[in-house]
Design a protein around this ligand. Structure first.
Ligand SMILES: Nc1ncnc2c1ncn2[C@@H]1O[C@H](COP(=O)(O)OP(=O)(O)OP(=O)(O)O)[C@@H](O)[C@H]1O
Ligand SMILES: [Mg+2]
Length: 259
């Protein structure tokens, strides 16, 4: 079985080498946890191998994606100019073109993605849909049925797919409810404050046909370099320990009660 590199070597090693070709992988999680940056790495890994690629962006403009990529030394601008990358975007601009989504429906997105594949040919192996949540803003109940439609239609077009979806901050429930069940793989991006510092981490929750790692891994995002996994998130004593003064007070109260 051929596996496609995620473009993040530390993530590839959690996945026995990468994502099995043709898989539909859901990247889910809270805002600012690194989903989009992981998508950029996945696309860039293909571009570096001479492949072509398609990126659907529904919440950031094409320009924003290109600029974010350039901060990690990924030259999406060049790939666009060389017609090796197509970025389909849903942001209304004064000058919309053939790669603009006007209705922001799943059907329209699939049409464009197929059109892009016909234009780029078999060298276009990687597709990112970032994010799927935008299609269901007004009708979350459609998410399950339409996730299935997306997977079924794309299966015919020889893409290995990354599809992102947000989690509702308040409930922790997946906004794109349904995506995870149809996905061949789920990578869950999370965040927590540890010692007063925002700590981002990810867990591979599912990857069919893969003996994958089961631990949570801390994420580091570095300007000029991008996203890497640094170490497994373990339960460290300092995360749980009470401040010294409190511990001493408890000991004193206990010993006073004992006497
Ligand atoms: N050049 C940079 N150098 C270091 N860190 C950066 C850089 N650019 C972005 N980041 C970090 O990455 C975060 C954004 O990550 P990303 O866009 O991948 O999140 P996301 O999971 O896609 O969020 P959302 O669901 O809101 O789209 C920023 O909040 C910032 O902490
Ligand atoms: Mg994002």
């Amino acid at each position: 079985m051929e596996r496609l590199s995620t473009g993040i070597s530390s993530l590839d090693s959690l996945l026995a080498g990468g994502i099995p070709e043709g898989f539909f992988v859901a990247l889910v999680g809270m805002p600012g946890t690194g989903k989009t940056i992981a998508c950029l790495h996945f696309i860039n890994a293909g571009l570096l191998k001479g492949e072509k690629a398609v990126y659907v962006t529904t919440e950031e403009s094409r320009e924003s994606i290109v600029r974010q990529a350039s901060q990690f030394n990924m030259n999406f601008d060049k790939a666009l100019r060389e017609n090796r990358l197509i970025i389909i975007d849903a942001l209304m601009r004064a000058t919309s073109d053939e790669w603009t989504l006007n209705l922001v429906t799943v059907e329209e997105m699939l049409d464009k993605v197929i059109q892009a594949k016909k234009l780029l040919g078999s060298q276009a192996r990687r597709l990112v849909i970032d994010s799927m949540s935008a299609f269901w803003l007004r009708a979350p109940v459609k998410a399950r049925e339409e996730s299935y439609l997306v997977k079924r239609v794309l299966a015919k077009w020889d893409y290995t797919v990354y599809a992102t979806s947000q989690y509702a901050i308040t409930t922790g429930g997946a906004f794109g409810w349904g995506l995870e069940h149809i996905a061949d793989g789920i990578i869950h991006f999370k965040r927590r404050i540890i010692n007063g510092t925002l700590t981002r981490y990810l867990i591979v929750e599912k990857m069919r046909q893969t003996p994958h790692d089961l631990r949570a891994w801390e994420i580091s995002i570095v300007d000029g370099q991008g996203l890497t996994l640094t170490r497994p998130l373990t339960r460290r004593v300092e995360d749980e320990a009470l401040p010294d003064s409190v511990a001493k007070k408890i000991k004193r109260v206990i010993s006073e009660e004992e006497h």
